[in-house]
Design a protein around this ligand. Structure first.
Ligand SMILES: Cc1cc2nc3c(=O)[nH]c(=O)nc-3n(C[C@H](O)[C@H](O)[C@H](O)COP(=O)(O)OP(=O)(O)OC[C@H]3O[C@@H](n4cnc5c(N)ncnc54)[C@H](O)[C@@H]3O)c2cc1C
Length: 341
């Protein structure tokens, strides 16, 4: 019987796959990709399914779920820890492992769902840090050349919620990621006001890495940003839209209390959640089975009986409201499969 993709996505949405492969080793992963490509069969690589919205018709091709496991590491006094982790490993289990083993850096990125292999794709980030700061290299299988290719950090072309792997969609299968982390007990300086408040410290202070992780996990739980089967507010794909980066002229026209984070290229990042709320989108708003999370306006959720098209309708109306009020077009963070916004 065809596998239903809804079993494999955090939105609990997605119709059947024509063929579904659980790739448990790197050999199986590369063989499955090569086979689909040489047969001209549509191919979808999946990790934890926490950043995808898959249509109710499903996927008329091969879905390969990356379930490769394993890590290796070395530590020395100069370079700290060099840790290589297989693409199919769970992101947060790795974060916890790194903290338990006295590596510094990952604490702000605690609790993000998904796999190691997906982490460089949209350069995951939270609480003032992004994974690009800690990646030494990414090893891939290049579907175009049929060869393996390793990218140094600079070659990955990391940007805010983007990378070369996202821009050249469907070309590179990520096999493993190598991180470089310092050893220590204290966190990186706290860069995010809400986290500093929760920890009762000032911006720039350091705390024990375990304390930083606990505070991040608590904040995420309050926003429905920690996966929990029993909490429908977490049946989402995380933030549906990225925070828009606009020109300084556009930023100057926003109301005085709009969040503004200046970027190194002179542009200004503002908050998608703030724009949505000011445009009238409210937590708990519903369209058929889809809803705006009751905890976080940026997360669109499946209230239990949503269709993928319900989520799309809600996303469209939120996007139109922001465009009408501020003239800014929100761009999705979520990857769409078999459905468009
Ligand atoms: C509750 C919740 C909270 C979240 N919070 C955050 C957050 O704070 N910060 C943040 O940045 N993101 C967040 N996200 C989004 C998501 O967790 C990340 O984008 C995560 O990296 C996705 O990992 P995944 O394994 O689930 O990827 P999937 O959803 O399975 O795939 C995402 C994309 O990557 C591709 N892909 C996956 N694995 C590979 C691979 N090995 N090789 C090539 N392509 C691959 C897929 O084809 C797809 O296009 C959140 C999501 C949820 C549900």
């Amino acid at each position: 019987m065809a596998e239903s993709l809804k079993e494999y996505t955090s939105l609990h949405l997605g119709g059947p796959a024509k063929r579904f492969i659980h790739a448990k080793s790197e050999g199986e992963l590369i063989a499955a990709v090569k086979e689909a490509d040489s047969a001209g069969e549509p191919l979808l690589i999946m990790g934890g399914g926490s950043n995808v919205l898959i249509g109710d018709e499903g996927f008329a091709g091969t879905v390969v779920r990356v379930e490769t496991k394993g890590n290796s590491f070395s530590v020395d006094a100069c370079s700290g820890g060099i840790i290589t982790v297989a693409a199919g490993e769970n992101w947060d289990e790795f974060v916890k492992w790194s903290i338990d083993n006295g590596f510094v850096g990952m604490e702000s990125l605690s609790g993000i769902p998904g796999t190691i292999g997906a982490s460089p794709i949209q350069n995951i980030g939270a609480y003032g840090h992004e994974v690009a700061e800690f990646i030494a290299r990414v090893r891939t299988f290049d579907r175009k050349s049929g060869e393996q290719k390793t990218f140094s950090n600079t070659e990955c072309g990391f940007e805010y919620r983007s990378s070369l792997f996202k821009r050249e969609k469907d070309r590179y299968v990520i096999l493993d990621v190598t991180f470089q982390l310092e050893k220590g007990e204290m966190s990186l300086p706290i860069k995010y006001e809400e986290l500093a408040r929760a920890l009762k410290v000032n911006l720039g202070d350091r705390v024990l890495i375990g304390d930083a992780r606990s505070a991040v996990l608590s904040l995420r739980a309050l926003k429905g940003m920690l996966l929990d089967e029993n909490d429908r507010d977490t049946w989402s794909a995380g933030s549906f839209f990225v925070n828009p980066i606009v020109t300084s002229e556009v930023a100057a026209k926003l109301p005085a209390d709009a969040p503004r984070w200046p970027q190194s290229d002179g542009r200004v990042k503002t908050s998608a959640a703030w724009l949505m709320e000011r445009a009238g989108v409210k937590k708990g708003d519903c369209h058929e089975g889809a809803g705006v999370s009751t905890k976080h306006v940026l997360a669109l959720v499946n209230n239990g009986n949503a269709k993928a098209s319900d989520i799309i309708e809600l996303a469209r109306s939120s996007r139109s409201a922001v465009k009408e009020k501020f003239g800014i077009v929100l761009e999705p963070e979520v990857q769409f499969v078999g459905i468009t916004l």
